[in-house]
Design a protein around this ligand. Structure first.
Ligand code: AP5
Ligand code: MG
Length: 207
């Protein structure tokens, strides 16, 4: 299947995509991870993206569309897109030449998001990319691969609130867009990661 996960910052897109990858072997394509990797390597894309990500702003549509289109050419089926599309324009461009099977909308409110993101820690190893939360995991190395954990630059309270405003304005309209196409599956994402994954299995895989 070709899946998209849409949701606010901190709704658990990366966490759910990680579960889908581990259990079903899907390829996880996170545009945020691709941009952060470019920033680390100081590529031309990374140099342009760095100040935008630090302020919680989107990179230009043309840039991200180019990145994703090239990525999709390499991919076989059974993938999950995390963080793309995130504007109506990106959704329209994607639907012009890619058939998507389901769009999972992770529904959550801002108070939960804020608590999650200020406590998030990520594995620094790009092959692993495990996601943790200080509420449930309080070590500074990854329990899967042993690499150090880091805190993302955009997980500061003032940047989080800006990212949420941008989400409401730019990304939330995709919910209606995919509902109208009959592809949307809404999941209450305020529970635990396991509960979200169970809902996914029931509603999307049919297990
Ligand atoms: P991106 O990296 O995609 O960030 P985001 O959308 O803001 O989402 P996050 O990664 O912060 O949250 P998430 O939903 O993945 O939550 P997670 O699973 O980590 O994008 C970053 C930036 O790149 C954007 O701001 C933009 O600048 C740019 N960009 C990317 N794509 C773009 C595009 N298409 N167009 C333009 N610009 C683009 O979980 C969060 C925390 O909660 C973790 O600590 C986790 O352990 C915990 N958690 C997760 N699920 C649960 C649960 N069910 N219960 C309890 N805790 C949970
Ligand atoms: Mg993420």
């Amino acid at each position: 299947m070709r899946l998209i996960i849409v949701g606010a910052p901190g709704s658990g897109k990366g966490t759910l995509a990680g579960c889908i990858k581990s259990k079903y072997g899907y390829t996880h394509v996170s545009t945020g991870d691709i941009l952060r990797e470019n920033i680390k390597l100081e590529t031309p894309i990374g140099l342009l993206a760095k100040p935008l990500l630090q302020e919680g702003k989107f990179v230009p549509d043309e840039m991200i569309i180019e990145i994703v289109k090239n990525k999709l050419l390499e991919l076989k089926d059974d993938y999950v897109l995390d963080g793309f599309p995130r504007t109506l324009n990106q959704g329209i461009v994607l639907s012009a030449d890619t058939e998507i099977d389901k769009v999972i909308f992770l529904d959550i409110n801002y108070d939960v998001i804020l608590k999650r993101l200020t406590n998030r820690r990520n594995c620094i190893n790009p092959e692993c990319k495990a996601i943790y939360n200080l509420n449930s995991y309080n070590k500074d190395t990854c329990e899967i691969c042993g690499a150090p954990l880091f805190q993302r630059d955009d997980d500061k309270e003032e940047v989080i609130s800006h990212r949420y405003e941008v989400y409401k304005l730019e990304t939330a309209p995709l919910v209606d867009f995919y509902t109208a196409k009959g592809l949307l599956v809404r999941i209450d994402a305020s529970g635990t990661p396991d509960q979200t994954f169970e809902e996914f299995k029931k509603l999307v895989i049919g297990e």
